[in-house]
Design a protein around this ligand. Structure first.
Ligand SMILES: [Zn+2]
Length: 518
């Protein structure tokens, strides 16, 4: 076990934290170790100072630092730029705090926002601890999740417990599935019901045009935002533009709106209800979009303020199945319930890889290229691009999927500063929370991450399993998110990962024992 660097790091941290509990006075000295010991994971402090940080804000501006960031309770109170000359001469103004996190050599970013998550406590009807999903999100630096479809009653309860700081979880915004309604009166009634439940928005999927018109009109009246997973259905992006959807999820509906004939050239045996058919021919969709018409669609989306949350990670298995099936974190962190759910099985949504061929992958690789070019064009036209993961499906683990999505935004051609903006400032805007979330700015909510390494150089440093680097001629294991601070509460990344690893090991052992008894 000690051969595993992450385990070693985690156990070392526990020792440090234990020492801290035994010895910590109210004020610590200035040594880096001493400072780190003074912060207990999961506890909010009246005044916490993050020292010496390189800061990347969520508005796309360049990194700057070193800075001291002062958190008071759950707010960013002050950000002090450190003047190098004053520092050298020992006359720099350094704010004091009850506890300190030493961020020397580290990067501080706004907490990541996952614009497309699903709180899950089961897969395929088999229970999976909800903590597994919530803690993985935190360990991956996610402080806010827009939940677009889950068990609404349970997720609302989790949202409130998270807001009170009672559970280790990101802040949740609950957008329940709209479901099916027969007519516009029923559609309006459903919107009012969602509002009455205290939800934050609505997720729509597979609704016909008259229902969509009514529900969006009612949602606008009640101040509810709407996320649209446009399948290949009656409506497409032109309807989102006309009726004022907040964000288009994934990508369907956009190329569809740019096909000359209005309908993709499906082969005659095609059956939309068959997921193999559906995902296979989705890989032929972007190539059928007429480029001039596509520009018109994207331009109209920008004018109508319809954002785009492309969830690039969730289709990646379609272009490279083996990569998706062998991700390194599966070894220690993939819960057996999720592992089972990922196996190709027509009974599970998104588990469609039966007879998946090199030809399918080739179409999907081309599909991604056109999709990514459309994203670049949408950005050039002034569109708002968000970032979401849709994990819990198609080989994507919670949190890891969002970081993979950021890597794919880089592959799409975006500068890392803009990619961080997609996952922070832009997502905050999509949520209507841009005046309090998604920035490292005084007065904003204290949602921050302290990263071991420079994500502008390598987004992979955000993976909690870390990266291998050469330092002073030696191979070292580094990277990962040291602290995820949500609402002013610091969570220690390696400690969370240790807990998740134990949760997974226990579930695997229970499963093995059950199998042995059979
Ligand atoms: Zn989804």
């Amino acid at each position: 076990m000690l051969n595993n660097p992450l385990a070693r790091m985690a156990s070392l941290t526990v020792v440090l934290l234990t020492v801290a509990l035994l010895t910590a006075p109210t004020k610590m000295g200035f040594g880096a170790q001493a400072q780190r010991q003074s912060v207990t994971s999961g506890q909010r402090y009246p005044r916490l100072v993050i020292r010496n940080a390189m800061v990347v804000d969520g508005n796309g501006t360049p990194a700057s630092g070193p800075k001291d960031i002062v958190l008071e309770r759950n707010a960013i109170a002050e950000i002090v730029s450190l003047d190098p000359v004053a520092l050298r001469e020992g006359r720099a103004r350094r704010p004091s705090g009850d506890v300190e996190i030493d961020a020397t050599g580290k990067y501080v970013l706004p907490g990541l926002i996952n614009a497309h998550g699903h709180v899950q406590d089961e897969r395929g009807g088999i229970p999976q601890p909800v903590d597994y999903c919530l803690k993985l999100w935190l360990a991956c630096g996610i402080t806010t999740v827009r939940d677009v479809g889950s068990d609404t009653t349970k997720t609302l309860a989790l949202r409130d417990r998270s807001a009170k700081g009672e559970i280790a979880a990101p802040r949740l915004f609950v957008y329940p599935m709209f479901g099916a309604r027969k007519n516009s009166d029923e559609a309006r009634a459903r919107v009012r019901e969602i509002k009455q439940m205290g939800c934050d928005g609505i997720k729509i999927l597979g609704v016909d045009r008259d229902i969509m018109a009514a529900l969006l009109d009612e949602a606008h009246k009640l101040g509810l935002r709407v996320a649209h997973h446009a399948g290949v259905e009656e409506t497409n992006a032109w309807d989102d533009i006309k009726y004022g959807t907040t964000s288009i999820e994934h990508w369907y509906g956009i190329p569809d709106a740019a096909i000359e004939s209005g309908r993709q050239n499906f082969p005659s045996p095609y059956n939309y209800s068959n997921e193999v058919d559906r995902f296979r021919y989705a890989g032929h969709l972007w190539r059928e979009a007429n480029p001039e018409r596509l520009t018109k669609v994207l331009t109209a989306m920008v004018a109508a303020n319809v954002a785009w949350d492309p969830t690039l990670d969730i289709y990646e298995a379609s272009r490279d199945l083996q990569r998706a099936q062998t991700q390194p974190w599966f070894a220690d962190y993939l819960h057996p319930t999720l592992e089972d759910y990922f196996r190709p099985n027509p009974a599970n949504h998104g588990s469609y890889f039966i007879g998946w061929s090199s030809t399918d992958e080739t179409f999907w690789k081309e599909n991604y290229q056109i999709w990514m070019a459309a994203l670049r064009e949408f950005d050039r036209l002034g569109g708002t691009i968000g970032a979401g993961e849709d994990s819990g499906f198609i080989y994507q683990m919670y949190g890891f999927g969002l970081i993979r999505t950021l890597e794919l935004h880089q592959e799409a051609g975006f500068h890392p500063l803009k990619i961080i903006q997609h996952a922070t400032g832009n997502n905050a805007k999509i949520l209507g929370q841009e005046d309090r979330l998604g920035r490292v700015r005084a007065g904003y909510t204290a949602d921050l991450i302290v990263v071991n390494g420079n994500p502008l150089e390598n987004l992979k440093v955000l993976y909690p399993t870390g990266v291998e680097e050469i330092k002073d001629g030696k191979a070292v294991h580094t990277g990962g998110i040291e602290w995820t601070i949500k609402d002013g509460i610091p969570y220690h990344g390696p400690t969370l990962m240790k807990e998740i690893k134990e949760m997974v090991a226990k579930a695997r052992a229970e499963r093995a024992a059950k199998a042995a008894r059979r």
